[in-house]
Design a protein around this ligand. Structure first.
Ligand SMILES: [Zn+2]
Length: 74
């Protein structure tokens, strides 16, 4: 099936996006690691999201603290 997604800026057909690491400013507690998704033709950012590694490590630390809170303490 042909890809019909178009860039809203330059109207290029999008078959791939450039992913770049960025910092997401956040106060307090920031910055977070994030990634931007940009059109490879005009390089405008189409979307931004959490860095896959940061999402993974955040999930792992949440699981770990949940397990620790449920383990009996003496
Ligand atoms: Zn574009």
């Amino acid at each position: 099936m042909p890809n019909k997604s178009k860039c809203p800026y330059c109207n290029a057909t999008i078959t791939r996006l450039n992913v770049e690491e960025i910092e997401l400013e956040r106060n307090p507690g920031g910055p977070w690691k994030g990634v931007s998704y940009a059109c490879p033709v005009c390089r405008k950012i189409l979307s931004v999201g959490p860095h896959p590694d940061a999402a993974k490590s955040g999930l792992l630390s949440q699981i770990q603290s949940l397990l620790e809170s449920q383990s009996p303490k003496k």
